[in-house]
Ligand binder design. Sequence first.
Ligand code: MCA
Ligand code: AMP
Length: 522
Amino acid sequence: MAQKNMSNQNLFAALRAAFPSDLDAIAVETVEADGPGLRYSWRDLDRATAMMANLLASLALPEGSRIAVQVEKSVEAMVLYLASLRAGYVFLPLNTAYMSAEIEYFIGNAEPAVVVCSPKNFGWVSKIAFSAGTQHVFTLGDDRSGSLLERAAHCSDQHAPAVKKTDDLAAILYTSGTTGRSKGAMLTHGNMLSNARVLHDYWGFRKGDVLIHALPIFHVHGLFVAIHAALLNGSRMIWLSRFDPATVASRLPEATVFMGVPTLYVRMLGEPGLTKAASRNMRLFISGSAPLLIETFNDWKARTGHTILERYGMSETVMLTSNPYQADKRYGGQSERRGGTVGFPLPGVSLRVRGDDGRDLPVGEVGAIQVKGPNVFSGYWRMPEKTAEEFTADGYFKTGDVGRVDERGYVTIVGRSKDLIISGGYNVYPAEIEGYLNELPGVAESAVVGVPHADFGEVGVAVVVARPGARVSPEALIASLKAKLANFKIPKRCVVVAELPRNTMGKVQKNLLREQYRDIAA
Ligand code: MCA
Ligand code: AMP
């Protein structure tokens, strides 16, 4: 025990220890539209992360400093994440779609010591960062341009990973609140390393695995689940800077593992190159971040011969449940991947379903999903009250998801108690959009609801009531939102109505709106 406490629990140290002994082997190969991809060896990753970690260390930042990053996807952007871990700082990834008001909030709230942005955004991002007290703003382009790499090029390529304890912070991920502003979920080195090890084992990672990485790297799925799994296995990644179904299909024969949100699977099914022959070397297709429709699950099986493995997680908890990859001894050796379910709680995760009265519900009954485990975050950044509200007295985290566990142990998510829309794997909080809409001239009130959409699974529809005598145009409202909010948050439809349906308590009945407009985006 004493020895465990003394050893370095830095997540980077564990990932680095898993690099293959042949450091000249290829770790990452990029896919380029015009010509051959770039190849990065394991030695390149080691040296580049050391140089960047030394650059960060040279800034003499206080312990626990946040490194906020809003850059396009590139291998160097992944290196920056790994360097932040290596140097012992707290990584704060930001969606590239966020616009100035959103970035202003995150930077103001997290008070990062370092901000890294795309060269094209330096003007407005640096203005926000400097006014919030950030001392260092660097740029990083997806073509290896920018001041970050220029400065790191002068640093040593030797660096001993900072010594970290299990509960030291490694990252903050902002997740929008049902009411009010986004909350920063604080994840520790221990949260992420324990989860990465469990997934590595549960999903049967083995020598020779090759991962196609096609997800963005500013959320848990692409940044943690995919990258940690590949690195912890010393596996090569085929790296797409943005998802493209034809490209993925054409590279499948070289790969063994693919991870995607349901929209990626839906789009790939529309790609003629997706065949059994193309998937012949594949071992595992993993889906998560949003519900996978049973039609997609079945169509995929018919088309490729592979059964998608669906799993479930959150920014606050990393991964919680997974369908089995192989027989799970804890559940009587069951190995079936059941469509429509998210599988079993992962080893080490304790999951329970509670009723409104706070009691555990019997098998099959639907209630609130609560979880506990080494993967569960340490709280919301500078929001002790919110943190306290989201945990039960006996230390379970309230996920806000509603579901049941069947007699075989499979967990099914049937809904959410939180008012949230998941669109193409991105979370959209109606309260945030309604807040913006209600501020627009002529708007009396609004309600944003999620409705089914063939490509994104679910999209937002804005239902708006005009002020007496005011004339509002749906197109103008959408245009105003587009000027202020990340593009994926923009409702795909907007309708103006005389009034919103309310119950006797005066609460807007969103379920009625969802029903009324369920075909509007189909
Ligand atoms: C783009 N648009 C969207 C979305 N993405 N609208 C709603 N939802 C979206 N997800 C907008 C664009 O701004 C554009 O609007 C229009 O839709 C069409 O864009 P398109 O070119 O089709 O989009 P794209 O650039 O191809 O992106 C689609 C995508 C992307 C590849 C599916 O959204 C994506 O990479 N999603 C993955 C998200 C993800 O990684 N989530 C994991 C979160 P306009 O034309 O008006 O500008 S981690 C998580 O949830 C937990 C922890 C977990 O369990 O993993
Ligand atoms: P995020 O805030 O981005 O971490 O999103 C986490 C939420 O995504 C969870 O609370 C779930 O509501 C949802 N989610 C993730 N994976 C799945 C899945 N496989 N099926 C249904 N919902 C999911």
